[in-house]
Each structure stands twice: as C-alpha cells, then as structure tokens.
Write a new protein. Structure first.
Length: 653
C-alpha cells in the first residue's frame, strides 16, 4: 500500500496553475455541443433558428411585423426584423460597452429574464445571439433605432470594430444580423435552402401577425427542390392553414377540422390548435411553445392528450356509451394529425436546444383551455362526434384484443406454415388474382372443390355456424378450432401479429346457402372479420358470393333467380308466354351440381360478388348495428325485431 502512494506521488504535479478559466465566449467554442447540441448540420441550422427566434419574439411582442431571411453565396445568412432594435446605449454594469456588445459577447445576457421587455418569448437563457457570434467566422450587426443606424463587426465572438454611428436612417428600424458559420467548428457544411425555407414557413404559421420574406440565391437551390428563390410567407389562418396544406386531400374521419385559439386563464398567455382525425396514414403531432418547436413534446402535449381523452370519455357518458370507458389517450390520438402552439411566460425547457417543455403549469393550462372547447365541438355536431367516438372505441377494443390474443405462430424461416387439413389450396403461390371460398360444411365444400379453378381458387369448408365473436369471451375465441383454421388459412395473423403483406389470397369470398341459415352464417363471418380482422374489410378483401336460389327452365333455356321476387319477374319476362316453366329450388350449395355452381357463383367471368364495406362516414351506425344484432345483450335484438317487425312482408319458415 505504501508503494502505491509513493508511486502516485511521483506522477505529474497538479496545482493552481493547472486550473484553466475560460472567459467570454471561449466556453462556447471549446464545447459547442453544450449550447447547440453538436457540430453537425442540425447544430449549424440551430444558429439560424436562434436568430429567427429572436426576431419572432419581437413580432409576438407586437413590435415587429416583418422578418427577412436571406441566404447568399459563401454560406452567408442574414436575418432582419423591423422591431425595436437591440439597445445600443452604454450598459450600466459595463460602462465601456454598449448593450449591443454585451448581448453579443456575454453569455446569459438579454432582455428576457425579468419579463418586462417580452411577455412571452422563445429566447430565455440569454445565450442565443452570443452563441451565434461565438461560432461565426464573421458576423455583422446593424441596428436602426430612433432614426439612426449603428454598425459593428465581429469575428469568432470578438469585436473587430467599435460600435459605429453610420448616419441617419429615417425610414428604417429594427435589427439585422449577417453571419457565416465558422469552418473551424462546422467544417465544409452548408446551409440547406430547403431546411431554412421550411423553418420560415413554420414560424409564419405560428404567428398570424407576421410576414416573413424569404430570399435565396437561385444557384444555391438544388435542382428539383420545391424552394422558391423569393417568397413572402403570411398565413392569416395560422395552424389551420398549416394543417390543411400538410394533409391536402387526405380523407378525414371528421369533416370539419377542429381548430381555434384562446387566451389562457389569468392572463397567463394564449394557445392555438388545429386537429384532424384521418381515415388512414400515420398520426402526427407537432407542438410549439413561444414559437419554439418542441419535437420531444412535454407538459403541454400531456395536457393536450388529457383534454382529448377526457372530452371523448365525457361525450361517451353523455351518449350512454359505456364502452367509452376503455379508451386511452393513445387510442384518441392514434389517427390524429394535429398542431399545438402555446405562448406562456417563463417556460422551462429541457436543455438549451429546447426540444421538450418541462413547465409543470403548462399541462394544467393546456388541459383547462382545450377540454371544454373540445366537448363543445363534439356536442355541436353529434353525428360526426358519434362517428369519431365509434372509431376511437374500435381502436381501443382492437388494442385490447391484440394484447390478449395468442394466435398460432406464423410461418418463419425455420418453421413452415401449418395449413388446416380441410383447406384445399390453390396452386398459384402469389396472392395476385387468388381467392379463398369459405363454405358451410363438407357437402358444399365438395361441390365447390369440383367447381373451382385449381390454379387460383382455394376452398375452406367450415363446420356449421361459427362462433359469434361479438358475444364470446376472448378465451372461447382462442379455443375455437374453426376460427383457428380460418386464421391459419389466411396466413396474415391477427392482433399484434397481423401483417397485411402475409395475406395469402387477394379475395376472401364468403359463399353460403341462399337461405336464412346461410345468411346467418354469413353474418357471423362478417362479424368475425369486422371485429378481429377489420384491416381486411378496410382493404376491400372480403366479399359475399351470390348463389342463386332457383333454377327456371323452359325447353333448352335455363335462367337463375336469386330470390322469390326475381323468380316471379323472370317467369314473366324471360320465357315464352303460355308455356310451362319448370322451377327447381336449390336446397343448398351441396345439392347444386358443380357445373351449375361454377357457372352461377364461382366463375369470375359470369358471377356477381358483393364487396363487404364498413363506410368510415357510417362508423358509429355500423358499430351500433353490430352491437345490437350480434352483441351480448339479447334485449337489443328483441328491440330491433320489435322496431322492424312491421317491415316483414313474408316469413319463410
């Protein structure tokens, strides 16, 4: 042990002279990652964002109406506003320096700490302008105040000149900063016109009272890039305009976009939002605080989600829909495209890059401002609101099913997919132009197998009436062999293992007898697809075959009728008058000769198929019908029979 201490004592000395003190902006140049997140492209563009944020703070405070951003050759970027201009008078603490020089050369200096100069702002730490100056190869600043123009030049954070009075400027006001990022820090990286232009558009959407003028040298814009050389960006509709442009013609679940703006309680700030629920596509939520994009969300996003969840649950209670209790915030926002912008005093962010809002009060303010307005939006349009609620409940129930379901493992590289023994498969391996017929019983299955096209048509006989999944428990569903066989035959899995690309057939055709029992079996199968594999219905993969009920013959002529009404019409119109017409009624598909089954029901050139659809605009109505007719409450079916008994003209018993 003594030897170890003696060995350590013999190493290099460590004394007060080894303590290095970094002064001014040297810490920024030594460790830029602490201030802008690194030295990559994103970090370099963060410098542009800092200057644009400062100009936006002037606009939001009501002192500027125009902001200009100009990108010129040589990676030279200019940001200018027509605000009050950075103060140029001597700073009371640094008598030999102007306030402008203090702001550009001293960390944590600025006019946004006390909240007197800016009620709400994005620049909070007093490091934005000084960090830009520190990491700029050169920087020029011009300030127009009180009809006088002032100029000063800097290089790598240090002033090259004194603050100079450049003369009178009676028609100009505001601040201009022009700089080139330092190659010693960023290497040969260049500003992206597309990225800067998107940044400007985003800011213009976030504050309706500003016009942002964009200018870029045409030679800097990449061929084919959707970036103009010049543009004035002004959006009176704010976030609603932004969301509308982003979504384009994408089909929406709820037709009117829910958008608006409101003051927060106790004069705490204000909030703006725009929301649209989509039929398809990925959910997106863009949030901002004081025009700063909070890409990692934060407390305002949590308040937004809580407002939507509680609003939908409250509407469900109002509509006596007990199923609404199972929804979560993820269900409510799973198909939501939304933008949220919050303006508050003294926000707290996670780090200097401000990617996440951490202000605790922001959650309560956001939830309080939006919940009542969302509930008012729902109750103001009950039809659309019912449709939205049904959609969200569907997502919730699908989530629960996927969590509970344990279907048979699918085909993998080491294990071949097991197909049910009753399946007679087609020979074509690709899904294109293939179809599987779901038929009731072995007798119908035998006829269908003889009538099919072996290359493209598969047949799966099912044993009688399958399980009613709308009223069965998850455990019963898991144990049901008929449904297991069906899932295995389709190959796409269910629940969280569902993969549309693994579906083995292009069309799934339910082919049942043209009688009451057949209609019941078809209803059970459609309920199964609606509840357990709704993606197949949404994708248009499920069909109903239309086998005839009657064959009408006179001499050598035969025609087929789907029902009694068509039978009577054909007797009068399809044959010679005053001649006997032989009418035979098919007892079922199993009694139908394979040649006739093929001719009338299975041949793609002559058959008629009905596609099973669940129209998005009628989602609430569809859910109600399925629950009433197939759900666990028999009183709902009884009520349906009572309500529709008078419409029955003929009962086939």
């Amino acid at each position: 042990m003594t030897d170890l201490f003696e060995q350590a004592a013999g190493q290099a000395s460590y004394s007060a002279k080894d303590i290095e003190v970094l002064e001014g902006l040297e810490p920024v140049r030594r460790r830029p990652g602490m201030y802008i997140g690194g030295t990559d492209d994103a970090a370099m563009h963060h410098l542009a964002a800092e200057l644009l944020d400062n100009a936006m703070d002037e606009a939001v405070a009501g002192h500027a109406s125009i902001i200009e951003m100009t990108l010129a050759p040589g990676n030279l970027l200019t940001v200018r506003d027509n605000g009050r201009g950075i103060p140029v008078d001597p700073h009371p603490k640094f008598r030999d320096k102007s306030a402008l020089e203090v702001i550009l050369t001293t960390l944590h200096s600025g006019g946004k700490f006390a909240g007197k100069a800016y009620a709400t702002s994005g620049g909070l730490h007093g490091v934005g302008s000084s960090v830009v100056n520190a990491l700029a190869e050169r920087l020029e600043v011009e300030v127009a105040r009180e009809k006088t123009l002032w100029k000063q030049d800097y290089a790598r954070g240090k002033p090259l000149t004194k603050l100079v009075n450049a003369g009178a400027t009676p028609n100009r006001r505001g601040t201009l900063i022009r700089f080139v990022p330092d190659p010693e820090i960023f290497g040969d990286k260049k500003f992206s016109p597309a990225r800067l232009y998107r940044m400007c558009r985003s800011k213009a959407y976030l504050f309706r009272g500003v016009r942002i003028r964009w200018t870029c040298d045409a030679a800097l814009i990449a061929a084919g890039a959707d970036v103009p050389a010049q543009a004035e960006l002004h959006f009176p509709g704010g976030l609603a305009d932004s969301l509308a442009e982003e979504l384009g013609a994408a089909p929406k679940l709820v037709a009117p976009v829910w958008a608006g703006q409101a003051d927060l309680p106790d004069d705490a700030g204000r909030i703006e939002w725009a929301c649209a629920w989509l039929e398809a596509g990925e959910a997106t939520l863009s949030t901002y605080c004081n025009t700063i994009p909070t890409t990692l969300g934060g407390t305002h996003e949590a308040g937004f989600r809580a407002a939507l969840l509680k609003g939908l649950r409250g509407f469900g209670e109002q509509r006596s829909n007990k199923r609404a209790a199972v929804i979560t915030a993820e269900d409510a926002t799973g198909a939501l495209a939304a933008k949220l912008s919050l303006f508050i005093r003294d926000p707290q962010f996670q780090g200097q890059t401000k990617e996440k809002l951490t202000s605790p009060e922001a959650q309560k303010l956001t939830e309080a401002a939006l919940r009542d307005r969302f509930e008012h939006f729902l109750t103001g349009d009950p039809a659309n609101a019912d449709n939205l609620l049904a959609f969200v409940i569907e997502r919730a129930e699908e989530r629960i099913r996927r969590r509970e379901q344990k279907d048979t493992p699918r085909k993998s590289a080491t294990r071949r997919l097991r197909l049910p023994g009753k399946l007679t498969d087609c020979s074509r391996e690709s899904r294109e132009d293939t179809e599987i017929f779901l038929v009731e019983g072995d007798s119908a299955g035998g006829s269908a197998k003889q009538a099919r096209n072996r290359e493209t048509q598969a047949v799966l006989p099912l044993r009688g009436k399958i399980l009613n999944v709308a009223s069965a428990s998850t455990e019963k569903l898991r144990q049901n062999q008929e449904l297991k066989d069906l899932i295995e035959a389709l190959g796409c899995g269910v629940g969280d293992r569902f993969q549309i690309d693994a579906l083995r057939y292009g069309r799934i055709i339910i082919m049942t007898d043209a009688d009451v029992d057949g209609a019941h079996i078809a209803s059970l199968l459609m309920t199964f697809f609606y509840r357990e594999l709704p993606e197949l219905i949404r994708g248009g993969h499920v069909y109903l075959a239309q086998p005839p009920l009657y064959r009408l013959t006179q001499g050598g002529k035969s025609v087929y009728a789907m029902d009694d009404g068509e039978r009577d019409r054909l007797v009068k119109t399809a044959f010679k008058a005053n001649a006997k017409v032989e009418i035979s009624r098919f007892k079922g598909l199993g009694e139908m000769p394979p040649a006739i089954l093929k001719e009338t029901t299975m041949d793609p050139k002559r058959r008629v198929l009905l596609r099973v659809l669940a129209p998005p605009e009628a989602r609430a109505e569809t859910a109600e019908i399925v629950e009433s007719l197939m759900g666990r409450k028999p009183e709902l079916r009884f009520r349906f029979i009572q309500d529709h008994a008078s419409s029955v003209q003929e009962l086939d018993v």
